[in-house]
Write a protein of this length. Sequence first.
Length: 217
Amino acid sequence: MDFRAKRSLAPETSELLRQIPSVDELLRQPRMAKLAGRIPRELLVEVAREVLSSIRAEITGEKGVSVIPIIPSDLEDVIAREVERILSRTLQPVINATGVVLHTNLGRAPLAPSILDELRHTAIHYSNLEYDLEAGSRGKRDAHTAELLTRLTGAEDAIVVNNCAAAILLVLSALAKNGEVIVSRGELIRRIFRCRDSRKSRPSPNSSPSAAAPIFH
């Protein structure tokens, strides 16, 4: 706030601004010092500055505020709540009542406790994810799942990919090379369009332009 702006402030507004403590004053308070032991000081300083800046903006805004004392403990409460909000978990358990078992927006399929136990067994350590222990050299990560999946499905080979877009691209590359794949417009999802980066598409000659389904070559 420049000097001319300060001179134009009402006396009550100026008094409220003078009551706002500095960041250092706030951080010296026992409650804030204790909070600084839980989180990086830089984060606490940033939150404190944001809170004080918000209060200054509210005081100097068009609506103005009542002439009430600014109590440091109240500011500490606001800062503490904001810190807790930042540290809180954003992912929360929910009940899937949509009727869709594998719901992308709800985290797809929940993991069974037995799977989590297996993950804990290796995820907290380094592992031979892509290393052949017998050969003593780099291996293939597919080796950990390929045999199990081929036995389960009867397929000639198997590979695990990260998402449906990758799976669709691999299937199209393996089964539809130099051929055509007609995708129903009602089945189109965003992931389908990613395949167009690797495969050209054109409207079906037997369909009207408005109802044409993509055909991947």
